[in-house]
Design a protein around this ligand. Structure first.
Ligand code: GLN
Ligand code: ZN
Length: 776
């Protein structure tokens, strides 16, 4: 039985690619140096896969930045603004154009904006959005795919080149771009033929767009495209791969396509088994059965996988044991982790360990279970130990969760809370605040590095951080903000900080996975019942409040964001894990409240991205996700003002659930979408206050007071006295000068709009609640 892997991390050991990219972008190294590092990463990945005995080894899964961008280049979908250097031009200018598409920059003396960045399905990887349209003329450019195929062949490794399939490629641009599918297919035919000529036996075309809901006409377009591709290509053989869920109605289409192989994900899409059986199986086609999970870090249940594979064997031509998707979504190897809890470690499988699992499964199917008795026995014992471990099950947590309210609510309605909070906090109309973090200076980062190494003692570290808090508080007072924050200098990462302090998590030291380009994240691993041994943020918040007479906003990471940005245990429903997180964060909120902190923000940037890809599953998700949030927030007294923050403007999909969060103030990104959302929010019945971010923190530009003034007046029309004034996200990545100038303008704009409203000009907000501190 043969085995297949979709792809490995592109970062290399110790994030080699990241450092190489950043050195190149900063002008500290040459294109050749960058390409040499990239070449080594590819070579080492191929060698690892070959050594593990994997038969279907991918090439062209590597990318210098992003595989969707690579596909755009391979099909010539390069918007005019990036220029069109003649084919075969020098590497330097090709790279310059490639990175201009990814990051913006100078092309022919003028500054160009990059392609947009968006999430890759429901993962935490982000890809560049192809721009298709009148000014894009497709043309095949097989150079990269052919070069990688040839390089691997030169090492004696025969590989299957991977391309993002044309259907998913256009849909990742926009649903309207489907018009471009037919002409694009002709370009793919050229690419396939080049790859065949260069020695490829198989080419994999990835079509994860099939695991989302698709309209009948989209499915018809898919079928048409692949009939054309399959019929016009005798060689290489085509393998259409799907992942991140089940293929639903597309199963029957896949079964009838003239392609040699189909990949299905049986981890995120266990429904595929039933769907495939109902479709009568694949007949002659090869099934690449994704049974080793590319999205999570738990050791495979080998016996369950063998059982599944044996059933699948009757439903296809050849059966190939496969990863469920690329291993770029999981850490690369456990071997580099030296400090993981030795009790938890055997329960885990990162990419390297997953290769071994694939090999064992392949052997088991070929030679029979007896041939793999030893690894099977060890695996069964490990899983058994995990199931029974006292580390996983905490009776007190189970009890608390069982007794938690099914529908936690704050008893006082939001209008009544608003009045109470305004009286307590004495805020002006259009209160100003920020989202939490202030610039993380190199100084703070250096301190943290020394503290982690053990060379900076706790008291010294804390004293230094307190000085940071003092500075940030003084800055906010000087600027004139109304609700202050402590600036989060003690947090390197909003999820990791809490995960480190809650029971039930382990944190890999390496364990980096690509988020986008050179950016990597290091998700914690949530393995057991969640509890909070001690307060987490209380000390910092009390200290910060002691430095000012203005209200200090406590800052917590919400349960769904903790869940979404971690690898989560697979032995109980996410709803239960979320509830445990909600209860733990609720304890922190209660402590802050007890300490007379009057405002607490529970960040939930992860809430929307947790939405299931299939519409039919969304209501259930939103029900348990908003409940988990309320388990954290319902402990707030009517006089405690609960804020939440979401980092995106695409609230459309969750609009109806925002009211379900039952918060007092919601802040979200609006600067780039020109406040379009504000009206929709109101129409959807959201009754709390709202802070549509009035300027984009991702840009170094300091917004002018006039611009801000204009935006505020527009938002005021929709929200009246429920309007808050804030930037659209945390200020962590900005420089302090930028922040001070931007916030000063923001406060000035708020003041000018306040006094206009106070003077009874048009747009005057209704209600007598708010009072202007110190008068206009
Ligand atoms: N409070 C966090 C910050 O300001 C929120 C970050 C986020 O929403 N991603 O950094
Ligand atoms: Zn944000």
């Amino acid at each position: 039985m043969r085995t297949a892997v979709h792809g490995l991390s592109r970062m290399g050991r110790r994030r080699a690619l990241k450092w190489a990219l950043e050195a190149y972008w900063a002008g500290r190294s040459s294109a050749d140096e960058l390409l040499a590092v990239a070449g080594e990463i590819r070579t080492s990945n191929w060698r690892r896969l070959a050594n593990a005995g994997i038969e279907f080894i991918p090439s062209n899964d590597f990318s210098l930045y992003d595989h969707v961008l690579d596909t755009a280049v391979a099909v010539g979908a390069i918007p005019n603004r990036f220029g069109h250097p003649p084919q075969g031009s020098d590497t330097g200018s090709d790279l310059a154009r490639y990175f201009a598409m990814a990051r913006g920059g100078e092309v022919d003396g003028s500054t160009v904006v990059p392609l947009e960045l968006t999430k890759w399905f429901d993962t935490n990887y982000h890809h560049l959005v192809p721009e298709l349209g009148a000014n894009v003329a497709f043309a095949p450019n097989p150079a990269k795919a052919v070069a990688e195929l040839t390089a691997a062949a030169g090492m004696g490794v025969s590989t299957s080149p991977v391309l993002l399939g044309p259907f998913t490629f256009v849909l990742r641009s926009s649903p309207e771009a489907l018009e471009a599918l037919d002409p694009l297919v002709e370009v793919y035919l050229d690419l396939l033929s080049e790859l065949g000529t260069s020695g490829a036996d198989w080419v994999r075309l990835d079509e994860p767009a099939l695991v989302e809901d698709r309209t009948p006409s989209e499915l018809a377009a898919f079928a048409r495209a692949y009939r054309r591709l399959g019929e016009a290509t005798a060689h290489p053989q085509l393998w259409v791969s799907t992942y991140f869920g089940h293929v639903g109605e597309a199963m029957a289409i896949l079964r009838d396509l003239p392609v040699a192989g189909v990949g299905l994900d049986f981890c995120a899409g266990h429904e595929n088994l039933e769907l495939l059986a109902r479709a009568g199986g694949f007949g002659e086609q090869t099934l690449f059965a994704g049974v080793v999970d590319g999205r999570n870090v738990w050791a495979n249940d080998l016996i369950a996988s063998l059982d599944l594979l044996e059933r699948l064997d009757d439903l296809c031509g050849e059966l190939v044991v496969s990863s469920s998707c690329s291993f770029l979504h999981v850490p690369d190897s456990l071997a580099v982790e030296t400090a993981l809890d030795p009790a938890v470690r055997p329960w885990l499988a990162f990419a390297q360990e997953k290769l071994d699992e694939l090999a064992v499964l392949g052997r088991g199917l070929t030679e029979g279970r007896a041939a793999i008795a030893e690894p099977l026995g060890a695996n069964r014992e490990t899983l058994e130990r995990r199931r029974r471990s006292a580390l996983v099950a905490d009776p007190a947590v189970r009890r608390a969760s069982a007794q938690a309210p099914a529908d936690p609510r704050r008893p006082t309605p939001s209008d009544a809370r608003r009045a109470l909070q305004r009286a307590r906090l004495d805020l002006p109309l259009l209160p100003t605040t920020t989202i939490g973090s202030f610039p993380q200076t190199n100084e703070v980062r250096a301190l943290r590095a020394r503290w982690r190494k053990g060379t900076l003692p706790d008291p010294d570290y804390e004293r230094a951080l307190r000085a940071q808090v003092d500075r940030v508080v003084a800055l906010q007072e000087a600027v004139g903000l109304d609700v202050l924050v402590h600036g989060e200098p003690e947090r390197d990462d909003m999820v990791r900080y809490f995960a480190e302090r809650l029971k039930g998590f382990v944190l890999p030291e390496e364990g980096w996975v690509q988020s986008y380009g050179s950016r990597c994240v290091r998700p914690p691993i949530l393995f057991g019942d969640i509890s909070r041994p001690a307060p987490i943020t209380l000390g910092w918040t009390i200290y910060a409040q002691s430095r000012t007479s203005k209200p200090m906003k406590g800052m917590l990471t919400g349960p769904i964001t903790m869940l979404r940005w971690s690898y989560v245990r697979d032995d109980q429903p996410h709803a239960e894990t979320a509830a445990q997180l909600g209860l733990a964060i609720g304890e922190e909120l209660a402590d802050l409240q007890e300490a007379r902190i009057g405002v607490v923000q529970v960040d939930e940037p992860g809430l929307r991205e947790g939405l299931p890809l299939r519409m039919g599953e969304r209501a259930e998700y939103l029900a348990w996700a908003t409940r988990a949030f309320r388990l954290a927030s319902h402990v707030a007294a009517p006089t405690t003002q609960v804020h939440t923050h979401m980092c995106y403007a695409e609230l459309g999909d969750v609009l109806d659930s925002l009211e379900e969060l039952d918060v007092d103030v919601l802040s979200f990104e609006a600067a780039r979408s020109e406040l379009a959302l504000v009206g929709a929010l109101k129409d959807a019945g959201y009754r709390g206050d709202a802070g549509p971010g009035v300027y984009d923190v991702h840009s170094p530009l300091v917004p002018s007071t006039a611009d801000l003034d204009h935006r505020l007046r527009r938002a005021l029309e929709a929200l009246g006295d429920r309007l808050w004034v804030n930037p659209d996200c945390g200020l962590k990545t900005r420089r302090e000068e930028e922040v001070t100038a931007a916030l000063a303008n923001m406060v000035a704009a708020a003041r000018s709009v306040r006094s206009a409203v106070g003077a009874g000009q048009p747009n005057a907000a209704a209600g007598a609640g708010p009072r202007e501190r110190g008068g206009p």
